[in-house]
Design a protein around this ligand. Structure first.
Ligand code: ADP
Ligand code: MG
Length: 460
């Protein structure tokens, strides 16, 4: 069943706005929650990260808020400052109306500034429970005009010890408000809270994906200080040798830069961006699907329009701003029960985000150094061997036997095979330029003696 945003009861203007953001059809949780919230029902939604909850609650609220009234009409509570900022940013993106004011209210920010904004008139407050309660106690924040309270990631708020604060805030909000509660899990304490503070809520359960659980291998490559990510990417790509990869970058500018650099190095790569004509887009998608182009570089926004499944790799050239986007991004690999690989480049400044991702996904990531030349070569030789074994199992090789026989009069069969391998190896060698290869910060302890074939690469 495919639902459209139109059928959910959203306004035309909003739908247009969503289209410019690349939201073409609603996610499951959006399709279920939006009509309910538009009808004024309370909603309890259980759904995982990355299912589009932000739009599920903000769109119906935005439809109903009066931007002319300079009073807080919606209060969104969320466990962390990062989430609050992310939600506020999304809400601003969802509405065209400049007179709509959204304020984030979190600890660690100037309370004075928040108070001043509140005095000037704010329609939507997004905040963490502690600071919201603080402002309530100081009577800087008034809730009498609040018609919606949203509890986002309620289970996280519980595990972070905010639940009593949340209850106090709910008690201070007008009784005739609407309440929406979203949570990935439904522990008892949340169920109790729902029972106490919500009025015959509709339960929304987003079905888990039907396909077999997919496995995603995640690796983080540490980019040493002094190396550029562009240079670090090359040995990573050669080591990983992706069949179909989506490379995420932060900005359009770096998309162009990365694409250009990789193309110059002979990689099969293209850039996907919003300025492409519809026909160009379709052509690129076709080529990508057929593996005629192996890698596509895109920003998060552009990638929304890229309808390609079964990627072998998702590569985070730039890490996203939040763990949710990371999880969303890497979900594009390993679909339909296949194993996928998610690769991230990490610089020193990214270490907090890596930790945040580990916390949110409840697993430890495999952080490793950039593969060196010897590892890349070893990997390629391994692959070569596998390819030879595959060819030996096939039938087409028989047509080459006469050549081998003829050469065999003069040469040793082992030497013939080795020469053929060398030719193949040379042809598939990536032609990255030696001077572009990243240099380690410190001299290597010992020069390697067991040189692999073709270790010296001459500049083009
Ligand atoms: P959650 O809060 O459930 O973890 P988010 O609301 O943060 O998920 O959404 C995850 C990502 O999906 C965001 O980048 C968001 O912009 C994107 N997204 C949400 N809904 C849609 C949609 N209908 N179409 C395209 N992208 C969407
Ligand atoms: Mg969210």
């Amino acid at each position: 069943m495919t639902t459209s945003f139109q059928s959910l009861g959203l306004s035309e203007a909003r739908i247009e706005r969503l289209q410019t953001l690349g939201f073409e059809k609603p996610t499951d949780v959006q399709a279920q929650a939006i009509p309910m919230l538009l009808q004024g029902r309370d909603v309890v939604g259980q759904s995982q990260t990355g299912t589009g909850k932000t739009a599920a609650f903000s769109l119906p609220i935005l439809e109903q808020i009066d931007a002319e009234v300079p009073a807080v009409q919606a209060l969104i509570l969320t466990p962390t400052r990062e989430l609050a900022q992310q939600i506020a940013q999304a809400v601003i993106e969802f509405c065209d109306d400049r007179s709509m004011r959204v304020l984030t209210v979190c600890g660690g920010q100037s309370m004075e500034r928040q108070t001043r904004s509140l005095q000037r008139g704010v329609q939507i407050v997004v905040g963490t429970p502690g600071r919201v309660l603080d402002l309530l106690d100081r009577q800087k924040l008034q809730l009498e005009s609040v018609s919606w309270v949203v509890l986002d990631e309620a289970d996280e708020m519980l595990s972070m010890g905010f639940i009593e604060d949340v209850k106090k805030i709910l008690t201070s909000a007008p009784a005739e408000r609407k309440t929406a509660c979203f949570s990935a899990t439904m522990p008892r304490a949340i169920q109790a809270l729902v029972k106490q503070f919500m009025r015959s809520p509709t339960n929304i359960q987003v079905a888990q994906p039907k396909s077999a659980p997919t496995e995603i291998e995640q690796r983080v490559y540490k980019v040493p200080r002094g190396w550029s990510k562009l240079n670090a990417l090359q040995p990573i790509l050669e080591f990983e040798d992706p069949e179909a990869a989506l490379i995420f970058v932060r900005t359009k500018r770096s998309a162009a830069e990365v694409t250009q650099k990789l193309q110059a190095a002979g990689h099969s790569v293209d850039e996907y961006h919003g300025d492409l004509k519809q026909s160009q887009r379709e052509r690129l998608v076709q080529r990508f699907r057929k593996h005629q182009v192996r890698m596509v570089v895109a920003t998060d926004i552009a990638a929304r329009g890229l309808d390609v499944e079964n990627l072998s790799h998702v590569i985070n050239y730039d890490l996203p701003d939040n763990p949710e986007s990371y999880i969303h991004r890497i979900g594009r690999t390993g679909r339909a029960g296949k194993t996928g690989t998610a690769i991230s480049l990490s610089q020193y400044a990214d270490r907090r985000m890596i930790r945040e991702i580990e916390r949110r996904s409840r697993q430890t990531l495999d952080v490793r150094p950039i593969p060196d030349r010897a590892q890349v070569e070893a990997q390629r030789l391994e692959k070569l061997q596998a390819q030879v074994q595959e060819a030996l199992a096939g039938e087409r090789m028989a047509s080459f036997l006469p050549i081998v026989r003829e050469l065999g009069i003069e040469y040793d069969p082992q030497a013939i095979a080795a020469a053929a391998l060398q030719m193949f190896y040379d042809q598939t060698r990536p032609n990255w330029v030696e001077t572009d290869a990243p240099k380690p910060e410190r001299p290597k302890p010992k020069p390697r003696t067991n040189r692999k074939p073709n270790q010296s690469v001459t500049p083009k």
